[in-house]
Design a protein around this ligand. Structure first.
Ligand SMILES: Cc1cc2nc3c(=O)[nH]c(=O)nc-3n(C[C@H](O)[C@H](O)[C@H](O)COP(=O)(O)O)c2cc1C
Length: 150
């Protein structure tokens, strides 16, 4: 898998008024009708129970200058993760991070347990795209893929 280049997302959710986020690169498009996507989350991650019980999540696609957020949401900060993070909300109430190049706000439609992880299928209720460059991940490190969209 180190040879598979991907983007980097932060999957956020809101459970009992508490926002939560996890850095995830196992993101893929699933279906156009209904608009659906997937992310795979380790069931040992603290964020797993937040997403499976709130049944809402937002996939935030990080921009090239957001490595700090990717680190922040990959286990560095355990409590009050959003204390210093700029965000708004869209349809579900899950955090929509500022400065990203896209977000997909979803209702959890299916969960499939496969080994250590769960595949969460999200029904996309709202989304938006912005100009910028994506943050890339390859061979265990963050990269600038040298691409830009208007
Ligand atoms: C670039 C990157 C991609 C990651 N992708 C995933 C992923 O797809 N699924 C997953 O469960 N964890 C993934 N992780 C690991 C989680 O972000 C990390 O284990 C996190 O600390 C677990 O969150 P928790 O705070 O909910 O326990 C990734 C980490 C990085 C840095």
């Amino acid at each position: 898998m180190r040879r598979v280049p991907t983007g980097v997302t932060v999957v956020t959710t809101l459970k009992d008024g508490e926002p939560r986020g996890i850095t995830v690169n196992s993101f893929a498009s699933v279906s156009l009708d209904p608009p659906s996507l997937l992310v795979c989350v380790n069931r040992e991650a603290r964020s797993y129970l937040f997403i499976s019980s709130s049944r809402i999540f937002c996939v935030n696609v990080l921009a090239g200058d957001q490595r700090r957020l990717a680190d922040h949401f990959s286990g560095r900060v355990r409590e009050r993760q959003f204390a210093d993070v700029d965000y708004t909300v869209d349809t579900t109430g899950s955090p929509v991070l500022g400065g990203t190049i896209a977000h997909f706000d979803c209702a959890l439609s299916h969960e499939y347990q496969v080994g250590s992880h769960s595949i969460f299928i999200g029904h996309v209720l709202a989304c938006s795209a912005r100009s910028g460059s994506p943050l890339g991940y390859f061979n265990g490190g963050f990269h600038d893929f040298g691409i830009h969209v208007e």
